[in-house]
Write a protein that binds this ligand. Structure first.
Ligand code: NAP
Ligand code: ZN
Length: 351
């Protein structure tokens, strides 16, 4: 197979700082699109992966980036879904088996086939080549795994929707955030701030539970009705038994029992944050009021398109800080220090 060499930012080894390298992209096959990447968001999952916190793969050098927004610059002869010039996005996966029940139901993120969900970086695809992500100038993907970005959204603000946006949209839709429902978002980072915007647009009464009141003004501007500091023990007394749905986006381990105490009878806490260590839960925190603890991972292709269209209609993009590629290591440190409002996005023209 022919390849093209393109520049990218990669971690040469686990825990190592990112540096500029080149990677190979395959020539677009019959059903592929070549995308010129304009922007790539920095997700905390990129940082967990690069730091080896998820303890998995040895696929280094690794180019992170699964919040990709760009423009189609070439299409294979059999492509029908996209045309040259289209504004498209690529999220956390670029392929799946396409044959299992989940793939057929549009839940490609939960593919149970042998191939499994092929992550946008660090995973062997069906051709055996390990994928490389979006901190790069170009990427080639199968047309079925590229999404349309509505014209009403600027590409830089749209990039984070491909992971942060869908990761919150999916549980909010499934657990019916909407009028008359009280929803709490725990952690107002990249994911959490999208949760505030989307839950508000869905019509829910939205509360932010943040470590301090530092982000309160922003939270209310983004659509929250209430904002509380979790560092204040009074928060857990005042709000006991009050939420139908809590979505936990925190990237570190927190005391889940305390948050389960904030659910109303039959309420659900959905875990989307993916910290390194296991979380402990007391059975009594669940059984006393028939509460549920659930998890949710990104969203499938149809739901991701639905989310993009929803965000396009409601004018919802991410609040971003656009950076040059060489600032990526500094940006990682700032994410870890909680110093980002609310998503760093790499301008791919600077790679
Ligand atoms: P982020 O921008 O760093 O936001 C995380 C937020 O969590 C912070 O802004 C902070 O919010 C809060 N937080 C951080 N450390 C904390 C601590 N020690 N105690 C309490 N709160 C703390 O990260 P992100 O990109 O939104 O990602 C969040 C998590 O979701 C990561 O673990 C990521 O890997 C995971 N993730 C999961 C999926 C999925 O499909 N399930 C998809 C993408 C990402 P406040 O300042 O408001 O307290
Ligand atoms: Zn992500």
């Amino acid at each position: 197979m022919n390849h093209t060499t393109v520049p990218a930012y990669a971690a040469p080894a686990a825990k190592a700082p990112l540096e500029r390298i080149t990677v190979q992209r395959r020539e677009p096959g019959e059903h592929d699109v070549l995308i010129e990447i304009k922007y790539a968001g920095i997700c905390h999952s990129d940082i967990h992966t690069v730091r080896g916190e998820w303890g998995d793969d040895g696929h280094f050098p690794l180019v992170p980036g699964h919040e990709i927004a760009g423009v189609v610059t070439a299409v294979g002869s059999g492509v029908t879904r996209h045309r040259v010039g289209d504004r498209v996005g690529v999220g956390c996966f670029v392929d799946s088996c396409r044959e299992c029940d989940n793939c057929k139901a549009g839940l490609q993120q939960y593919c149970t086939g042998e191939l499994g969900m092929v992550g946008t970086y660090g995973r062997p695809g069906r051709d055996g080549e390990v994928t490389q992500g979006g901190y790069s100038t170009h990427v080639v993907v199968d047309e079925n795994y590229a999404l349309r970005i509505p014209v009403s959204l600027p590409l830089d603000e749209a990039a984070p929707l491909l992971c942060a946006g869908i990761t919150l949209y999916s549980p909010l839709a499934r657990w019916q955030a909407g009028p008359g429902r009280k929803v709490a978002i725990v952690g107002m980072g990249g994911l959490g701030h999208m949760g505030v915007k989307i839950a508000h647009a869905m019509g829910a009464e939205v509360t932010v539970l943040s470590q301090s009141l530092r982000k309160q003004e922003d939270g209310l501007r983004l659509g929250a009705d209430h904002f509380h500091a979790t560092s204040d023990p009074a928060t857990f007394e005042k709000l006991a038994g009050s939420f139908d749905l809590i979505v936990n986006t925190v990237s570190a381990d927190i005391d889940l029992d305390a948050y389960l105490g904030l659910l109303a009878t039959d309420g659900t806490l959905v875990q989307v944050g993916a910290p390194e260590r296991p979380l402990a839960v007391s059975p009594f925190a669940l059984i006393a009021q028939r509460k549920s603890l659930a998890g949710s991972m990104i969203g499938g292709i149809p739901e991701t398109q639905e989310m993009l269209d929803f965000c396009g209609e409601h004018g919802i993009g991410a609040d971003i800080e656009v950076i040059r590629a060489e600032q990526v290591n500094e940006a990682y440190e700032r994410v870890l220090a909680g110093d980002v409002r609310y998503r760093f996005v790499i301008d791919a023209a600077t790679i």
